[in-house]
Design a protein around this ligand. Structure first.
Ligand code: ADP
Ligand code: MG
Length: 321
C-alpha cells in the first residue's frame, strides 16, 4: 500500500467524483484536459492560504480548508465567470491534518458543484497550507475587470461588509468565554468562518451588462482603490450610505467605536464591489445591490459625508507591511 496515493484517492478523488461535461481527461493523469467551446474564454486564478497567516492557528483545519477554497472561488465571481474546475496543492504537517483540511475542501467543491481536476499533496514539517487554483468560463470579451469603471458610473455593493472582520476580532477576544457569544456575535463569527463566494451573483452582474467589478478581500477602501487606479477614476464613496447598510447596523450595536473602520477596512467579506452606468440602476437595485457612491474625474478613493470630503486613514490588509 502506498500511503500518499491512497490518501489522495480516499480523501480527495473518491469524494469529489463529479466531472464537468467539458473535461476530456479527468483527475488521475499527469494533467487534466478541458475543452473550451467556441465563443467562450478561459478564466483562471490562484490563491494560497496558510494556517496561522490567513486564518488563526486555533481554527479547525476543516474550516481553514473550506475558507481556502471559497476565497479562491470568489475571484471567479468577481470576473463574472461560471466556475468549472479546481486544483488543490496541499501542504500538511501530518496525515491527520491532511484529512481534516480535506474535509472542508471537499465540502466546498460539492457545495459549489466544482470538479476537482487535480492537485498535489505533500508533507511540510512546519506549516499547513493550501494553494487553490480555480478556472471557469465566460463569453469572450465579457469579463468584468478593474479597469472598466467610467466617470458617471454609480458604485454598488453586493453582499455584507464588516461582519467577517468583526468575527475575527471576537475570535481573538480572550475575555469572551467560548459559549458566551450573543446571537449577533455568532452571526459575525459565522461570517468569518463560512466564506460565501458570490458566484451566481457575479454571473448575473456580468449578464446584466456590468463590466467593472472586484471582490473585497482586503477591505472596501483598499479594493475600491484598485478600481480607481486601474480605471483612472475617482471613487466617491458616501459614508452615510455605508452607515445605512444592514451589516453596519449590527456592527454599530456591538462595536460602536470600530463600526466604520470595520466596514471600510475590514477584510475577508468577499462582497462584490462594482460600478455601472445609471442605465443599470434599476437592474442592480432589483438584484439586491446597495448604492454606495459614484465615479468622477480623478484616480483615487474619496470618502464623502453628506457631500463633504472627509479624511480616513486608508488601510487594508498588507502581507509585507
Ligand atoms: P504527478 O507526480 O504526476 O505530479 P501526483 O503523483 O502528484 O502526480 O498526483 C497523482 C494524481 O493525483 C494527479 O492526477 C493529481 O492531479 C492528483 N492529486 C494529487 N493531489 C491531489 C489533491 N490534493 N486533490 C486532488 N487531486 C490530487
Ligand atoms: Mg506526472
Amino acid at each position: 500500500m502506498n500511503h500518499e496515493f491512497d490518501a489522495i484517492r480516499k480523501l480527495f478523488q473518491q469524494r469529489v467524483s463529479q466531472q464537468d461535461e467539458l473535461t476530456h481527461v479527468a483527475n488521475g493523469d499527469d494533467a487534466s484536459v478541458h475543452i473550451v467551446p467556441d465563443g467562450l474564454a478561459w478564466v483562471q486564478s490562484t490563491d494560497t492560504s496558510i494556517v496561522g497567516v490567513h486564518c488563526p492557528e486555533d481554527m479547525a483545519l476543516a474550516i481553514a480548508g473550506h475558507r481556502a477554497v471559497c476565497s479562491a472561488l470568489s475571484d471567479l465571481a468577481a470576473m463574472g465567470a461560471k466556475a468549472h474546475w479546481l486544483w488543490l496543492a496541499v501542504m500538511a504537517k501530518s496525515s491527520e491534518d491532511l484529512e481534516q483540511m480535506s474535509l472542508g475542501m471537499v465540502q466546498a467543491c460539492l457545495e459549489y458543484k466544482i470538479e476537482l481536476a487535480g492537485g498535489d499533496t505533500t508533507s511540510c514539517p512546519n506549516t499547513n497550507a493550501i494553494t487553490v487554483t480555480v478556472a471557469g468560463l465566460l463569453p469572450e470579451n465579457s469579463a468584468m475587470t478593474r479597469k472598466a469603471a467610467k466617470e458617471g458610473d454609480e458604485i454598488w455593493l453586493l453582499g455584507d461588509m464588516g461582519l467577517s472582520a468583526l468575527g475575527l476580532k471576537l475570535w481573538q477576544d480572550e475575555s469572551i468565554e467560548n459559549n458566551a457569544f450573543t446571537a449577533k456575535q455568532q452571526q459575525a463569527l459565522i461570517a468569518f468562518q463560512q466564506i460565501k463566494p458570490l458566484l451566481e451573483q457575479g454571473v448575473k452582474l456580468r449578464q446584466a451588462g456590468v463590466s467593472c467589478c472586484i471582490d473585497i478581500s482586503d477591505g472596501l477602501l483598499q479594493d475600491a482603490g484598485h478600481i480607481a487606479k486601474a480605471s483612472q477614476v475617482a471613487m466617491h464613496i458616501d459614508v452615510e450610505k455605508i452607515q445605512a447598510l444592514p451589516a453596519f447596523v449590527i456592527i454599530q450595536r456591538l462595536e460602536p467605536a470600530l463600526a466604520l473602520s470595520l466596514m471600510l477596512q475590514g477584510s475577508e467579506d468577499y462582497a462584490l464591489l462594482c460600478t455601472a452606468p445609471t442605465s443599470l440602476h434599476q437592474t442592480l437595485k432589483k438584484m439586491g445591490a446597495s448604492l454606495i457612491g459614484s465615479c468622477h474625474a480623478g484616480n483615487r478613493v474619496i470618502l464623502l459625508e453628506y457631500g463633504e470630503p472627509i479624511t480616513f486613514e486608508q488601510k487594508g490588509f498588507d502581507h509585507f507591511e
